[in-house]
Design a protein around this ligand. Structure first.
Ligand code: GLU
Ligand code: ASP
Length: 499
């Protein structure tokens, strides 16, 4: 079996199964980032303009808490795959839920369809995203050298989908350039295209999966037995009851509103990783060396949270800046505010080969904590940079050049190159044996916690507060990055041989 794995080089030197997973994730990310490119505007545009007429602050908070939930649910998705369904089936079910989530938004049912869609896509992405990545790892035997380059290609697929979608989906919402909607937006048409994208992904996943994915992926790694199921059921029940009581109390006090629900999710998203750390540090299954590695992971995790808070605000805060403060043409070339979402994945695709070459050739390159520290400084600078247009032109002067946003995204993506791929690799290597798969979910929990924090702070953003907003958050990131630099050696020491 492993011999056969070694010689399968059908997809650019990689196993053929990688092409199936590559296109599945490419289409899934196409649907996700395409939907998000227009969702913010759909929520706060007036009803007469095809939107839902929500307040801008509520819309911004929902964007962030939605992003948080999507990565939070990966914990459950990973568990279901490991112990119940196996990754193949889990990913399929996830994809179907995601497709129906986009279909819900493509129908004219207003706010209720929005919440149904969010529920479906949160559940679906939780089932799909962590497990499709795990299956990529499963394509290679323990010592197959192609694993890292396989992951790089996979990440390229993510960003390819994410880069095309902010053109295609807004284009559909604008009537395919055919003036179908008489100059108005029809957001539902855009969401339909997202649904179609996920449909393509599913079709090729089923066909390709049958041919190229291993039979092992049809079974859970560590199937659950009756005995272990009991405590899980009990704790799930306790969780549901506690949540119901909290929501019931809020309702009784007349406080059951979207703002308070968002606050509850924020608390859960921050508490969960803290709980995980405490549990791992106290677990008997964790050896002394592993214990020290978990300790080393804590500052890296905090750095990742700060980084993702800035990176993920691109689809919220920078999207608002694009819509309200940016000149939407260069010469005679006109574009939509939603199109700016292409910049993040585009810069990743451009910068990836540069950084791969850099790491290949740089002999005394910094260790992971050093790269994280530099990544935070870049992220902070990308925000500080966004304070400049208002400092130079004032906020009342109206719109500014689109190149401010281009520049800011370029800077933050340098940070992403220093944190995202490095973080993924270091997470797998710092993981205690007994917590291997949970540790992968931990990495996504950094993003979830970050967006949960964002859901609270984006409320303070508006054109009139942009200078203090960008400067304060930018400064927090830069200062944390500098502090981290002083601890690089000590953290590296705790990592016990992992570099
Ligand atoms: N933006 C990336 C994606 O959509 C990564 C998110 C993360 O690693 O937290 O896959
Ligand atoms: N940078 C994100 C992720 O890697 C993509 C995006 O935000 O569009 O893939």
């Amino acid at each position: 079996m492993s011999k056969q794995k070694d010689i399968d080089t059908a997809f650019f030197g990689q196993p053929r199964g990688l092409s199936t997973l590559f296109f599945t994730e490419m289409w899934e990310r196409f649907s996700y980032y395409g939907m998000r490119a227009i969702l913010l505007f759909y929520m706060y545009y007036a009803v007469t303009k095809g939107g839902l007429g929500m307040s801008e602050t509520t819309a911004a908070s929902i964007m962030s808490i939605y992003g948080s939930l999507v990565y939070l649910s990966g914990v459950v998705g990973g568990w279901l795959s490991d112990r119940v369904w196996g990754p193949r089936r889990t990913v399929f079910i996830g994809g179907v839920l995601i497709m129906f989530g986009h279909i819900a938004l493509s129908l004219p049912f207003g706010v209720s369809a929005l919440y149904v869609s969010i529920a479906l896509i949160v559940a679906g992405t939780g089932l799909l995203k962590p497990n499709v990545s795990e299956m990529v790892g499963g394509l290679y035997s323990e010592n197959d050298r192609r694993r890292d380059s396989g992951f790089s290609m996979f990440v390229f697929g993510i960003n390819l989908g994410a880069a095309v979608a902010p053109w295609a989906v807004p284009w559909a919402a604008n009537g395919f350039g055919l003036n179908l909607f008489h100059g108005e937006m029809n957001f539902h048409a855009g969401f339909s295209l997202a649904a179609i994208g996920m449909f393509f992904g599913l079709v090729q996943y089923v066909i390709g999966g049958r041919k190229y994915l291993s039979k092992d992926s049809l079974y859970p790694d560590d199937p659950i037995d009756k005995e272990s199921l009991r405590p899980v059921m009990i704790w799930t029940l306790v969780g549901v009851v506690v949540l119901a009581v909290v929501l019931g109390l809020l309702a009784a006090m007349g406080q059951l509103n979207i703002t308070n629900i968002i606050t509850i999710i924020t608390i859960i998203a921050i508490a969960l990783p803290i709980y995980y750390f405490i549990m791992m540090l106290n677990s008997k299954k964790v050896t002394k060396e592993e214990h020290s590695r978990v300790l080393a992971y804590i500052p890296l995790f905090i750095a990742a949270v700060i980084f993702w808070a800035i990176e993920e605000s691109g689809s919220v805060v920078l999207a608002l800046f694009a819509e309200q403060r940016t000149i939407l043409h260069i010469g005679s070339w006109h574009f939509a505010a939603a199109n700016f979402q292409t910049l993040n994945p585009l810069f990743i695709m451009i910068l990836t080969p540069v950084f791969v070459t850099l790491w290949d050739h740089w002999k005394n390159q910094p260790s992971a904590p050093g790269k994280f520290a530099a990544g935070l400084v870049f992220a902070g600078l990308s925000y500080a940079f966004m304070a400049l247009p208002a400092l130079i032109h004032g906020t009342t002067a109206g719109r500014v050049s689109p190149f401010w946003l281009v520049g800011s995204w370029f800077i933050v993506e340098i940070g992403e190159m220093l944190i995202s791929p490095i973080g993924l690799a270091v997470t797998t290597r710092l993981a205690p044996k007994a917590f291997k798969s949970q540790m992968m979910s931990m990495w996504f929990l950094a993003d979830a916690a970050a967006q949960a924090v964002n859901a609270q702070i984006v409320k303070f953003y508006s054109s009139s507060t942009e200078v203090p907003y960008f400067l304060t958050i930018g400064l927090v990131s830069i200062v944390f990055g500098i502090i981290l630099m002083f601890f690089v050696k000590r953290i590296h020491g705790l990592m016990g041989g992992v570099d």
